[in-house]
Design a protein around this ligand. Structure first.
Ligand SMILES: Cc1cc2nc3c(=O)[nH]c(=O)nc-3n(C[C@H](O)[C@H](O)[C@H](O)COP(=O)(O)O)c2cc1C
Length: 442
């Protein structure tokens, strides 16, 4: 069988990935607190046969400008997924859970309960959290990388050990004999390390996929590589070019191999933000409406990226031939080369910004075929095993992706026509695992 891509959908604050989404025509401005809206969005992604939903989290509701913008995250990722689990049947659901600001027993219990509730569709994005704004909610400063990742290894191992502490076949629930469970197969783990400890057992039997799948989201820092290489079945990545993505994918695969795993067990999932419209002009105009508030600040940043003076009052004009000749992409920002390429195509500076050259993920703004072409190019260059897609506005951007991009990918044989299995492990092709992965234990 030919290799096919995995697609996940970013599920955030109820509106969409762009700051202006909450004000778009047709959008319910109270979607931030609507669990029904989240369920409808998940159902749309499931209609498109997407393998999973990805819910980022601080954990906190960070809002850059609460006066004008919605916070970026869900009210509570586990509450959202509890609602989604009851309103969908096949799509996987991956929530972010901090290894720094949670106790392993809490994580083990909540994620395994979600896995049971969803019939084996849960995934845990195990991240260490970053930023003092998050740490402040817990009354501390963000720990050093060594401490965050030291604790993360212990937390993931404890969580997996707790998941395995209720033996696979322990639950007999035999009404005739009166035996509920085989007590010898439900045993304490008695594990402790430098940072965390737990006795167990966790009184939750296996789900249809045994236990949740581990994800990791992050750049390819040495510590992140080591963590993901040992435990993650998929990495939610951020890469701005095919070359960068290929390098990151290779680094994560090597890390898995170093940990004693098959490199195909770790999937690199690249990010992609979409603005879909009938043609390029309409897509750029839509992005201008959605992001224009940030243009003065972004114009100042673009000036640094290209090394030329930009007058924020003259965004209607393209860079002059003299400016283009003098422009040099900044080595300090990997997006600069792409920004210069777009500027050289002769777009006005407003349109250059509307292309999303300063967004935190690659942006495709255009007709559905451009989105499909981008995904095919990256996939065939082995820059990614799949994509996590962040539509600009869920209200219509999600349907546009599902109804117009997915069929193109399916027609090209790049994406499955339907779910082959029922669990997240099935959707990812992740091997069975229950409890700890003994190959990687030191
Ligand atoms: C695509 C992507 C998504 C991320 N999602 C989250 C998230 O939801 N929550 C979080 O705390 N950190 C998230 N991170 C941050 C990483 O977990 C990590 O902290 C960051 O890349 C800094 O790396 P370091 O922890 O190795 O220093 C994300 C990173 C990337 C690249």
């Amino acid at each position: 069988m030919t290799r096919q891509m995995i697609i996940g959908m970013h599920l955030g604050n109820g509106y969409g990935a762009l700051a202006g989404a909450w004000r778009m025509p047709g959008v319910d401005p109270t979607s931030y607190t609507s669990f029904d809206a989240k369920v409808r969005q998940a159902q749309a992604a499931e209609r498109g046969k997407l393998q999973f939903l990805f819910l980022p989290d601080g954990p906190s509701s960070v809002a850059a400008d609460i006066e004008h913008e919605a916070p970026g995250f869900n009210l509570d990722v586990m509450m959202t997924l509890a609602a989604v689990a009851r309103g969908t049947e096949r799509i996987g659901m991956v929530a972010t859970g901090s290894t720094t600001f949670n106790e392993p027993f809490n994580l083990a219990r909540q994620f395994k309960a979600l896995d049971i509730m969803s019939h084996g569709r849960a995934g845990w994005n195990a991240i260490t959290s970053a930023g003092d704004d998050v740490a402040a909610n817990y009354g501390v400063r963000i720990p050093s990388s060594a401490d965050r990742y030291g604790r993360a290894h212990e937390v993931v191992q404890l969580v997996q050990a707790l998941w395995g502490s209720w033996g696979k076949d322990a639950w007999v629930h035999d009404q005739a004999s009166g035996q509920f469970a085989r007590s010898a197969e439900v045993a304490p783990i008695n594990l402790g390390g430098k940072y965390v400890a737990s006795r167990g057992p966790l009184y939750i039997p296996p789900s249809e996929q045994g236990q949740p799948v581990i994800f990791h989201a992050g750049g390819a820092s040495a510590n992140a590589l080591d963590l993901a290489g040992r435990y993650a079945s998929a990495v939610i990545g951020a890469a701005f070019s095919i070359e960068d993505a290929r390098a990151q994918r290779a680094a994560f695969r090597n890390a898995a191999e170093r940990a004693g795993r098959d490199p195909d067990e770790i999937k690199f999932i690249a990010g992609l933000m979409t603005t879909i419209a009938g043609d390029k002009r309409a897509a750029l105009d839509r992005r201008i409406i959605l992001t224009e508030r940030a243009f003065p600040q972004r114009a100042a940043y673009l000036q640094q990226m290209l090394g030329v003076r930009i007058d924020p009052a003259r965004l209607d004009e393209p860079l002059s031939p003299q400016q283009l000749a003098a422009a040099r992409p900044s080595p300090g920002d990997p997006r600069s080369g792409h920004a210069l390429k777009i500027a050289r195509e002769g777009w006005s500076l407003r349109d250059v910004l509307a292309h999303g050259v300063i967004d935190y993920q690659p942006v495709v703004a255009g007709p559905p075929i451009e989105v499909a072409d981008h995904m095919q190019r990256w996939f065939e260059a082995e820059a990614a095993d799949g994509f996590w897609v962040a539509p600009d506005v869920y209200h219509d951007g999600l349907d546009d992706f599902v109804d117009h991009v997915v069929p193109i990918l399916q027609g090209r044989g790049l994406f499955h026509l339907d779910y082959a299995g029922t669990t997240l492990r099935d959707h990812l092709g992740a091997p069975a695992q229950y409890g700890l992965d003994h190959r990687i234990m030191r």
